[in-house]
Design a binder for this molecule. Structure first.
Ligand code: FAD
Length: 290
């Protein structure tokens, strides 16, 4: 039965969820569906579907989220960004999600493209404004993003947490974190946000690194820090894709086991469109999740 994620993540069971992204071109659509079908066989607690930065792949986000939920009977959450859309376009997306029976939305602003002036008058500037709009349009379960190492645009972590509190107070049901590679960063963040009165569930986002070159760039863009231990792994195995994938999956598994051991029950894995990575993680946790 389809459920809202805020209900799915209650209880004592450990839940693992995965993430996929829509194809950049329609020609790749079937390949993405094949990957999604394999990931769904693992029966994750839910699968999230990202939203293309420029908004161009948005119809595919809705289609894939609908396929996961309505054909594969696994809960899905559609990401929705507002940075490249007018308020009317955002409204249109929300009504499409409603029509498809998608109950869960991860509401995001999106990264501001360098070559545009933002915001133009008919756009939302921050995710909290998008959240207010979603709230006014139906009974959705709303997730939002948070950044244990601080959002790149924010000069001070305290200021970032104050903005996060404002966002959550607009009606966020749960948060998912940006990737991090040192669990102490997450535990410390949890402590700081709880102290500021943010009480919603927070799902740590774990990235199994499979491409050494890409991760250096992603970290540069997102501000996530690669600990020395992990940097050594990337330096040693980054040029050997199979070895890098194996090491990345083991490092991610180690992070997940530590999170579970410390009482975290809901963990989101940035498996992207790699069923083999999702399968390897689940195999590594087979006894732990029983
Ligand atoms: P916001 O919450 O609006 O915050 C953006 C910045 O504005 C922060 O620095 C914040 O401190 C500041 N801010 C917020 N409110 C105020 C205020 N009132 N006054 C002044 N400053 C304020 N991107 C995509 O394009 N597609 C995706 O599918 C996608 N999925 C993601 C999933 C997760 C779990 C995460 C962590 C990120 C994802 N992103 C995605 C990236 C995200 O869109 C970017 O990180 C973006 O730059 C910020 O989005 P946000 O929703 O966190 O923005």
């Amino acid at each position: 039965m389809n459920m809202k994620i805020k209900e799915r993540i209650l209880g004592n069971k450990v839940n693992i969820s995965f993430e996929v992204f829509p194809p950049k071109t329609d020609a790749r659509f079937d390949n993405v569906i094949l990957a999604v079908d394999e990931i769904a066989k693992l029966q994750p607690s839910f699968i999230s579907v990202t939203y293309g930065a420029g908004g161009g792949t948005s119809k595919n986000t809705v289609k894939i989220a609908s396929h996961i939920q309505n054909d594969l009977h696994v809960d899905s959450i559609a990401h929705l960004t507002c940075v490249s859309s007018t308020k009317e376009e955002v409204k249109q997306r929300i009504s499409e999600l409603k029509e498809q029976g998608i109950q869960n939305i991860l509401a995001l602003r999106g990264d501001i493209p360098q070559d545009i002036s933002f915001p133009i008058p008919n756009q939302y500037k921050y995710a909290y404004e998008l959240i207010e709009d979603i709230k006014s349009q139906g009974d959705f379960c709303i997730g939002a993003a948070c950044y244990p190492e601080g959002h790149v645009e924010s000069e001070h972590k305290e200021e970032d947490i104050a903005h996060l509190k404002q966002k959550v107070d607009c009606g966020v049901d749960f948060l998912t974190t940006q990737m991090f590679f040192d669990n102490s960063v997450f535990y410390n963040f949890l402590y700081r946000i709880r102290e500021k009165g943010i009480t919603v569930p927070v799902l740590p986002g774990i990235m199994p690194v499979t491409n050494g070159k890409q991760i250096a760039r992603s970290c540069q863009l997102s501000g996530a820090v690669l600990p020395t231990r992990f940097r050594a792994i990337v330096d040693r195995f980054g040029d050997n894709p199979k070895a890098m994938q194996q090491a990345g999956v083991i490092y991610a598994t180690d992070q997940i086991i530590d999170l579970i051991a410390n009482g975290i029950k809901n963990i989101h894995v940035y498996s992207m469109n790699k069923p083999e990575v999702a399968v390897a993680i689940m195999n590594n946790l087979s006894e732990i999740l029983k």
